[in-house]
Design a protein around this ligand. Sequence first.
Ligand code: NAD
Length: 448
Amino acid sequence: MNHLEKRLDRQRAYFDSGATRPLPRREAALRRLLQALEQSEGDLLAALERDLGKHPFEGYETEVGLVRQHLRYTLSHLRRWAGPKLAAVSPLHFPAGAFIRPEPRGLVLIIAPWNYPVQLCLIPLIDAIAAGNCAVLKPSEGAPATAQALCRLLRLALPEGWVSCIPGGVETTQALLAERFDYIFFTGGQRVGKIVMRAAAEHLTPVTLELGGKSPCIVAPSADIPLAARRILWGKLLNAGQTCVAPDYLLVHRSVKEALVAELRRQLALLCPDFAHNGDYPRLASARAFDRLAGLLIGRTPLVGGGVCREELKIEPTVVEAEPGDPLLREELFGPLLPLVTFDRLGDAIRLVRAGEKPLALYLFTRSAGTVRRVCEQLSFGGGCVNDTVVQMAGNALPFGGVGASGMGRYHGPHGFLAMSHQKPVVLRGSLDLPVRYPPYGEKLDLL
Ligand code: NAD
């Protein structure tokens, strides 16, 4: 038995011991995690700055703060979620009662990407613990300082049998995927999502896949243009556009195109002066990511931005004109580029979105309720927002997840707890019996 197998065996034994099941123990574990998070806040924010050039404000706003909020929310709702719930029974079962009892799935594998390495590790982990599971966390090799900081934090808070943190690259993930888990929660790209799903199929392990894709942003004629420009730019400035729900391309009505471009230019100068040496603006993840994105700009005349600095691995938020069929409209950009497609009728914009895979997010800037209704009726997307970008994923009120190629399953609020548990229905029967159910059946069909 190799080192990994031994480690997982110990975790399975820990789960089988029942130590993670009692509600007070889960609550205590989550409280320890909250305490450790508070103690490690500086460590995590520094690691995010080292790995990704994230300003500590952004690190708190989009990572540590969200985790803290989710922990508090989970602690205050866990009793309600975790208890058995009475359920109605079919008259066929009379006399009977029933309840649904959430039970932990067992040993959960959480695989995270590098772009929001704190929240995408810890939010599913909180859900796993809340539901009474043991978990293996595989943070991304793309944010190595953060992966180490997460391992330190978890060692402070929880026994290794309960949660183990296994940093490492592709081989580590592949070795983990060869093992049997009771649930896999994967966040990352579509290519690796397929690898994860294939590996899970070997063991019939259920999965959540939080994937990416191309998220459109439609700007309709009635949009508040200064507001649209500011909020679109914000969605692209966050983590330099390396956000799964960042607006990936713009669909802009011809009547407002010039005004929007002018406003984007004006506001970019205010929000991100001197992009290359701006501590508020994160860098790209790697030279490879820089070269891929800078390469996509070659031969194009930017409408907005266009600055590149390889030394700092930064590209200015850049808007370029695109036509349907443009290579910029094929793959998820995952960076600060924003192709702009002009449309004349809303139906054309809707057709263009429908021609691609179902997006993780969709944004619409408009003041027309009819436009909101039409877009929401005719387009399928993981989640979206009218008159803003990205914010639909914050807070606990809404489920978060993709649809079609942008993912399966959902979490946030109570949804992560539900994903990490099996809802086990149990019928409690009385002894009164209706003989009709038992053979011989004879002519009993006529009685129904
Ligand atoms: P990725 O898919 O390359 O990597 C994610 C994880 O998979 C990492 O831990 C990595 O070690 C592992 N991995 C990579 N290659 C592997 C292989 N061949 N076999 C097994 N495991 C492998 O994703 P990334 O580059 O870290 O992140 C960017 C992608 O993640 C984007 O597509 C983005 O849209 C998506 N994403 C989605 C969400 C969401 O919530 N839906 C959030 C953030 C990022």
